[in-house]
Design a binder for this molecule. Structure first.
Ligand SMILES: Nc1ncnc2c1ncn2[C@@H]1O[C@H](COP(=O)(O)OP(=O)(O)OP(=O)(O)O)[C@@H](O)[C@H]1O
Ligand SMILES: [Mg+2]
Length: 310
C-alpha cells in the first residue's frame, strides 16, 4: 500500500485485497483512434467530461492520450495534429483479474490519471481511475455496514453527494443563510462520510472543526453558499464559497476576537471572533479571498498523512 508508515490496516485497505480491478473499472470506455485530430479530441473530452482516453487501432490498444497532451498541443498551436502523433505509446495497463491493491500501487508508482484495463488476451475491457477505486470501495463498505447492521447512512446517500470525480471524490453541501436549524448539518454529514472512508480520526476532527466554523460563517454572514470537500488519498481539501457580502479587510477579520456578529447572534453563543483562527490552526494550508459585494472563497487543505496509500 505505498507509503504506509506502519499505520493500522484500515477497512479500505483490507478491501483492496478482496476486490478485483474488474469490480471497480468503468466498462463503457470512451476511446479514440490515431487518426482523430487534437481538435476532435478536445470535443470528445469535453462532451464526455473525461481527462483522457485509450487509443485503439483495429481494436488493439496502441496508446493513451490525455488532457495534458491536449494542453501541450494547444500551447504549440497543433490542433490539427493527430492523436497518433501526440499520444503516449508506452502504455501501462492493468489486468482485469488483478487485485485492486496492485492497481493502488500502480497509481502510487506512476503519476497517471487512469490505466486501461485489458483481459489476458490483450483486449481492452475497461478503464480505471482512482475515483473508480474509491467508488468501488465505498460501495463495498456500504454492503458491509448493512451486514453489520450499522445503519449510519442511508444506502443511496453516499452516492448522492458525490458531485464530480476523476482522481478525487468530491462531496458538495449547500448551506442556507440564517437557517440556524440546519446549521452544522453540512459539516456533520462530511464527518460521517470521512469516517466511512477510513480517514484517520485525528484528521477528521480537524476537518470537522474547520468545516463547522466555515459553515457557521456562511449561515451567519451570508445568504448561503456551498461547502465542497475533495477527498484525495493524501489530503482533504475544503472550500467554502459564498456570493457576498464579502470581507472588507481580511487581515482584520483574521484577528482573534474580531467579530461583526450582531447582538442576537452573540446571544446564541457565536461571535467570539475565533472561527477563522480555529480554521487556520486546524489546516495545513488556508487561503481566504474575498471581494466586497462579490463573495468570499475560503480554501483549506488538511493532509491525512497517508502518503500514497488510500
Ligand atoms: N463568509 C463570510 N462572509 C462575510 N464575512 C465573513 C465571512 N466569514 C467571516 N466573516 C467576517 O469575519 C469575521 C470574523 O470571523 P470569525 O469566524 O473569525 O469570527 P466570528 O464568526 O465573528 O465569531 P465565531 O466564529 O468565533 O463565532 C466575522 O465577524 C465577519 O465579519
Ligand atoms: Mg465564525
Amino acid at each position: 500500500m505505498g507509503e504506509n508508515k506502519g499505520k493500522e490496516v484500515t477497512k479500505l485497505q483490507e478491501l483492496t485485497y478482496e476486490l478485483k480491478v474488474s469490480d471497480a473499472m468503468t466498462k463503457n470506455v470512451v476511446t479514440t483512434a490515431p487518426y482523430v485530430t487534437m481538435a476532435e479530441l478536445r470535443e470528445i473530452l469535453r462532451t464526455h467530461r473525461i481527462s483522457g482516453t485509450p487509443v485503439l487501432e483495429n481494436g488493439k490498444l496502441v496508446g493513451v492520450v490525455s488532457l495534458e497532451d491536449l494542453i501541450n498541443a494547444l500551447a504549440d498551436g497543433e490542433l490539427d495534429v493527430t492523436v497518433g502523433e501526440k499520444m503516449v505509446r508506452d502504455v501501462n495497463t492493468l489486468y482485469a483479474d488483478e487485485h485492486l491493491v496492485h492497481a493502488v500501487g500502480q497509481f502510487a508508482r506512476f503519476n497517471f490519471g487512469r490505466f486501461p484495463v485489458i483481459d489476458r488476451k490483450g483486449q481492452l475491457v475497461g478503464i480505471l481511475t482512482q475515483g473508480d477505486i474509491m467508488r468501488a470501495l465505498l460501495r463495498e463498505l456500504e454492503v458491509d455496514y448493512h451486514t453489520e447492521e450499522i445503519r449510519r447512512y442511508r444506502a443511496s446517500h453516499i452516492f448522492q453527494d458525490i458531485i464530480a470525480d476523476e482522481t478525487a471524490l468530491v462531496f458538495g453541501y449547500h448551506v442556507i443563510g440564517k437557517d440556524f436549524n440546519a446549521a452544522g448539518k453540512a459539516s456533520s454529514s462530511l464527518k460521517i462520510t470521512l469516517n466511512r472512508l477510513g480517514i484517520p480520526p485525528p484528521v477528521i476532527r480537524r476537518v470537522a472543526v474547520a468545516a463547522y466554523e466555515a459553515e457557521m460563517n456562511l449561515v451567519i454572514y451570508t445568504a448561503g453558499g456551498e461547502i465542497v470537500a475533495e477527498v484525495q488519498p493524501d489530503r482533504v481539501r475544503i472550500e467554502a464559497i459564498d456570493s457576498g457580502p464579502g470581507i472588507p479587510d481580511i487581515e482584520q477579520a483574521m484577528q482573534p476576537g474580531y467579530s461583526t456578529a450582531p447582538e442576537w447572534v452573540r446571544e446564541m453563543g457565536f461571535g467570539a471572533g475565533m472561527g477563522l483562527i480555529n480554521i487556520k490552526s486546524c489546516s495545513d494550508v488556508m487561503r481566504l479571498d474575498s471581494t466586497v459585494d462579490v463573495g468570499t472563497h475560503l480554501e483549506i487543505v488538511i493532509y491525512t498523512g497517508e502518503g500514497a496509500s488510500l
